[in-house]
Design a protein. Structure first.
Length: 364
């Protein structure tokens, strides 16, 4: 009887052990399911997260679904990921924003988006690009790029030189030719860029091109504009030589220069400030290229606009974009500090907005 009773207790003990083991296994499974690795949990829920993001985007920009196809944004610059932009371009835009907020420079950095500004901006609707023309910084080549993109010619090499600046034949519309609502949509959605250059070196280039070489057979610069400047600003009236750089600087630095500008008309765009030409504090540009780094900036602009697979910027001759400090100092060597300071005062906004330093010869 004792043997039978002992066996009974052993079976009960064994059954209890099995029950404890079973309960421990169940509890362990429950704990594992409840406190599973958070990364694995996140991966399972990822479709829900993506769905939520998609809904947010649809709420914030529903109007884009109703706009015509030609107003849909394009180009890599609209990806929203500013981290992908090279640091130099981010710094240029940040500097521009900071100077635009400087109230002390407001009169030199702000201008109305007038018809004069809209006339300077060329449109490529096919690829949603706006290009603001700033003469004497390689704009002819950029206009060729846009002409090809607009389909007027199949390649840059096919474009006759006399067609590039003929806006009735080159297939390159100005932003001013559109209605107010179409202008606003393009300004809000399109990839926008322009090119700058050291302001004083640009003025030297304009002077040489229009009053010394005058290669495009534009007689009004020598026969109308030059005499007008000489009559007003030449100190020695007995001199009979043509317009000198000193006369040109005195005219540009005169706070009352506008009365002559009105007489000269749109021909003055070659020496008007970047602010007056492109309204950089009023229009949010995507990229600002620099003539001095055009070898790097041109490919970047094409890529940022999403057109690098369609067209290339024309080959840049070696050394042509390098800032020539010796040339600048030579041109300004015979000009009084008073006239140079007046000139700088007019173009100070351009110097500050785009990171160009005040000339050393002005500080000495």
């Amino acid at each position: 009887w004792l043997t039978s009773d002992n066996m009974h207790h052993q079976w009960l003990l064994l059954a209890a052990c099995f029950w404890v083991i079973f309960m421990f296994m169940v509890a362990s499974k429950f704990i594992t399911l409840t406190f599973k690795d958070p990364d694995g949990y996140g991966a399972k829920q990822e479709p829900l997260v993506l769905t939520a993001v998609t809904k947010v985007e649809e709420v914030h920009v529903p109007e884009e679904k109703h706009w015509p196809e030609e107003f849909q944004p394009t180009g890599k610059a609209f990806s929203g990921n500013l981290v992908r932009q090279p640091l130099v371009h981010m710094e240029r835009l940040e500097l521009l924003r900071n100077v635009c907020r400087d109230t002390a420079l407001r009169e030199l950095s702000h201008t109305a988006v007038s018809k004069f500004v809209l006339d300077r901006i060329f449109v490529c609707d096919k690829h949603k690009i706006l290009f603001c023309q700033t003469p004497k910084v390689g704009n002819t080549q950029w206009k060729k790029v846009l002409i090809v993109l607009n389909g007027a010619f199949s390649s840059i090499e096919d474009i006759p030189e006399n067609i590039v600046h003929d806006h009735e034949k080159n297939g390159l519309p100005r932003l001013s030719s559109f209605s107010d609502s179409e202008i606003k949509k393009r300004l809000n959605l399109y990839f926008k860029f322009f090119i700058v250059r050291d302001p004083f070196e640009r003025l030297i280039s304009a002077f040489k091109d229009k009053f010394v070489h005058n290669p495009r057979f534009e007689p009004w610069y020598r026969h109308e504009i030059a005499p007008g400047i000489i009559r007003k600003y030449r100190k020695n009236r007995t001199e009979t030589k043509g317009l000198q750089f000193e006369d040109f600087v005195r005219y540009l630095g005169d706070p009352n220069h506008r009365w002559l500008d009105v007489q000269f008309g749109d021909h003055i765009i070659h020496w008007v400030t970047y602010v007056e030409l492109c309204a950089p504090c009023e229009i949010t540009y995507s990229v600002i290229g620099h003539h001095e780094t055009l070898e790097d900036d041109a490919p970047y602009i094409l890529k940022a606009a999403g057109i690098d697979h369609l067209v290339s910027y024309p080959t840049i001759p070696p050394g042509i974009t390098v800032y020539n400090r010796t040339k600048v100092e030579r041109y300004f060597s015979g000009i009084s500090k008073r006239d140079i300071r007046r000139l700088y005062a007019r173009f100070e906004g351009d110097f500050k907005l785009f990171g160009y330093h005040e000339p050393d010869f002005l500080l000495n």
